[in-house]
Unconditional design. Structure first.
Length: 195
């Protein structure tokens, strides 16, 4: 069973994202979303810089998001077809709650940029965990939109970057797990590599 919330450990052992396009509503209530974001903000962060932000996209801004994505698509790909445009409109209107994760690393700081970006990733992971712990299913995607200048400008201050679009809703069907790396591939006993 995936996303088994019968215990903390079982949830950690079975947590599974969904594809955002396959989510259904409703998204979290305002109180649940605040709780998720409070948990997400409780993230390791060297230097207390909290170099990440969460941008809530209200339902009544989804049409504006669609207009933004269509405009960005036109700039990125003048050859875009109706199918491409439909995909962006669909994306902007995916069910559930959309939270945009923004990396706001402090430049030229004694805390290396790498560590600040690691903290941003951890904040995104914590948001997934919080959403799943509250009985929702989340999906984290980037795609071309995260790297598009017009889209970045609409979400980010100068120097910030989009870490992902995180949709929070419910799975429309039973989820299937995906392959997980065998521990042998990702864990080893340390000996110096130069030996
Ligand atoms: C930073 C980041 C960006 C991602 N972008 C995409 C994406 O654009 N499209 C996609 O299909 N999956 C993307 N994924 C992967 C999805 O989140 C995928 O559903 C995830 O690997 C499922 O793993 P889980 O079940 O362990 O959460 C991204 C993951 C991360 C961490």
């Amino acid at each position: 069973m995936l996303n088994d919330r019968s215990s903390l450990l079982s949830l950690l052992e079975t947590r599974r994202s969904a594809k955002p396009r396959e989510l259904v509503g409703p998204g979290p209530t305002a109180a649940e979303l605040e709780r998720m974001l409070t948990i997400a903000a409780r993230t390791p962060d060297h230097g207390k810089l909290h170099p990440w932000r969460f941008i809530i996209v209200p339902d009544d801004q989804r049409d504006a998001l669609a207009a933004l994505l269509l405009d960005a698509l036109g700039q990125e790909n003048p050859e875009a077809t109706d199918a491409h445009r439909q995909k962006e409109d669909d994306f902007a209107h995916y069910a559930g709650q959309l939270v945009v994760l923004v990396s706001g690393a402090v430049p030229d700081h004694k805390i290396p940029l790498w560590e600040q970006e690691l903290s941003c990733g951890a904040a995104g992971m914590n948001l997934l965990l919080a959403a799943h712990a509250l009985g929702y299913v989340a999906g984290w995607v980037t795609g071309w939109r995260a790297y598009s200048e017009p889209v970045q400008s609409a979400f980010c201050e100068p120097g910030e970057r989009i870490g992902g679009f995180i949709f929070i809703g419910h799975a429309v069907r039973d989820l299937e797990d995906r392959p997980r790396p065998p521990l042998l591939d990702v864990v080893r006993q340390w000996t110096p590599l130069s030996e």
